[in-house]
Design a protein around this ligand. Structure first.
Ligand SMILES: [Zn+2]
Ligand SMILES: [Zn+2]
Length: 148
């Protein structure tokens, strides 16, 4: 599979039991559709926000699906500023490397007490912690460990 952004060959990684295709060139990541479901499944059962409400503010993406080459749809993940691209044929989701910073904002929100969907955020931060490079995520770990 090729990176939808720069055409580099994606390499397969396994993070917290979730398979991710990683671009060595731009650090973007591709998740199969069911892999996001796995993350979503960690949400609280009594939470009224269902999986169908994941997508906010849909618009046309500037990327093509690496599986079927159709133009993808860009959307925001829940109420947060995390932008994902998805294929309407449900082939998967694309996450740009630069979106790491937005994940940090998301974690900040959580710390400020906006505890909506805490478990989903936790799943995301754990997941991104696993696939992110050193540095950024060390800071986050330090933050949660009270060393900052
Ligand atoms: Zn790339
Ligand atoms: Zn597709």
């Amino acid at each position: 599979m090729q990176c939808p952004r720069d055409g580099a060959a994606l390499t397969e990684e396994r993070v917290h039991g979730i398979e991710v295709d990683h671009c060595p060139q731009c650090n973007g990541r591709w998740l199969d559709h069911h892999e996001l479901d796995t993350l979503e499944a960690t949400r609280a059962k009594d939470d009224d926000a269902r999986a169908g409400t994941i997508q906010y503010a849909q618009r046309e993406s500037d990327l093509d699906c690496p599986v079927c080459s159709r133009r993808m749809t860009a959307f925001n993940y829940r109420a947060y500023n995390l932008e994902l691209d998805t294929c309407e044929e449900a082939h998967g989701f694309w996450l740009d490397a630069g979106e790491d910073a937005q994940v940090r904002d998301l974690i900040d929100d959580r710390v400020r007490g906006l505890n909506r969907a805490v478990r989903a955020e936790q799943a995301w931060s754990n997941f991104l912690d696993g696939v992110g490079g050193p540095g950024v995520w060390d800071n986050i770990r330090g933050f949660f460990g009270g060393r900052r």
